[in-house]
Write a protein that binds this ligand. Structure first.
Ligand code: SAH
Length: 295
């Protein structure tokens, strides 16, 4: 019992530390059930430190089971993340179980929503051209690439050190068709080589939705999709961004509440289809996207 209390306290403390970086403002915590999974796993991991049990079970729950080589890639990614994090601040989430849930499974949940929309041929078989905007340490782009090898990715971030890390990840994991780009979304979205070129545009924890819509929609091709990962604030943010989404050429397909395995916090995936060309005015420059978000 005492041991359980200590574990609960550790989780609480780490949650508080994690929240400012995360997209959810919520202080909700792991449930008893996930704590039990956490403890079981902890015991198990003492003998098998590289199994990623939560990730394996969670990916099955998401109907997207991972093969042994894919799990090995996630293990290598985890190791690179914690090693680099000692020198560069890449993420506040570094604990083995928490990374599996709050980073890896949290990213993979998007496959469920997208897969339900793109059924024939199944998503697994589609070689979509995708861009992850504000990818940071590679979320959600790298987990999606590992789980869905057919996809082709551009990982975009404004910060050089994140791309140095990602370069190492791409080499170590032997990821093919992953292109790393340093740049601002609002500039890249004006360049003809990237404007309206992507089948899928993703972002997690980058900006409020009305700003984000202006970063992302210009990059999606007509008929393509924008997939945005949000926390509990999603419904409110969506109300404030609805008009902007429409103005930028988007048609909302779903604002889907999603269940990340082993996580009680609220998560949403917003899926938008690009149905009209984005007017040339957007994305605006000079920080207007951020300072004066579209209403
Ligand atoms: N998507 C990652 C990182 C979130 S932190 C995750 O979910 O963990 C936000 C990241 O977005 C940072 O790495 C920051 O450098 C990048 N970013 C913020 N605004 C950006 C912009 N306008 N263009 C490109 N990158 C941006």
């Amino acid at each position: 019992m005492i041991k359980l209390r200590i574990i609960i306290r550790i989780i609480r403390v780490s949650n508080v530390a994690v929240n400012p970086l995360e997209r959810s403002q919520s202080n909700e915590e792991f449930t008893d059930c996930s704590i039990m999974a956490f403890m079981d796993n902890q015991t198990h991991l003492q003998s098998q430190p590289t199994e990623m049990t939560l990730l394996q079970q969670g990916s099955q729950q998401l109907q997207w089971p991972l093969s042994a080589p894919q799990i090995a890639q996630f293990v290598a990614y985890y190791q690179a993340l914690v090693t680099w994090n000692e020198r560069f601040n890449l993420t506040a989430i570094t604990e083995y179980q928490e990374v599996q849930v709050k980073h890896f499974l949290d990213c993979l949940v998007g496959l469920q929503v997208l897969g339900a929309e793109l059924k024939q041929p199944p998503l697994q078989e589609r070689a979509l051209t995708c861009i992850d905007v504000g990818t940071g340490a590679g979320f959600p782009g790298v987990p999606l690439k590992i789980a869905w090898p057919q996809s082709r990715w551009t990982l975009l971030d404004g910060t050089g050190k994140k791309l140095l890390f990602l370069q190492e990840v791409v080499e170590q994991l032997k990821l093919s068709e992953v292109n790393l780009v340093q740049g601002r979304a609002e500039e890249v979205g004006r360049q003809s080589a990237s404007r309206e070129r992507f089948d899928l545009v993703t972002a997690r924890a980058v900006a409020p939705l009305n700003t984000l819509a202006e970063y992302l929609l210009p990059l999606a091709r007509l008929g393509g999709f924008v997939m945005i990962y949000k926390g509990g604030s999603a419904p409110q943010e969506f109300m404030e961004a609805r008009k902007a989404i429409e103005l930028l050429g988007g048609d909302t397909v779903r604002l889907a509440p999603v269940q990340v395995p082993f996580l009680e916090e609220k998560r949403f995936i917003l899926l938008i289809k690009k149905v009209r060309s984005t007017p040339h005015l957007y994305p605006r420059g000079q920080g207007l996207t951020r300072k004066k978000p579209l209403k």
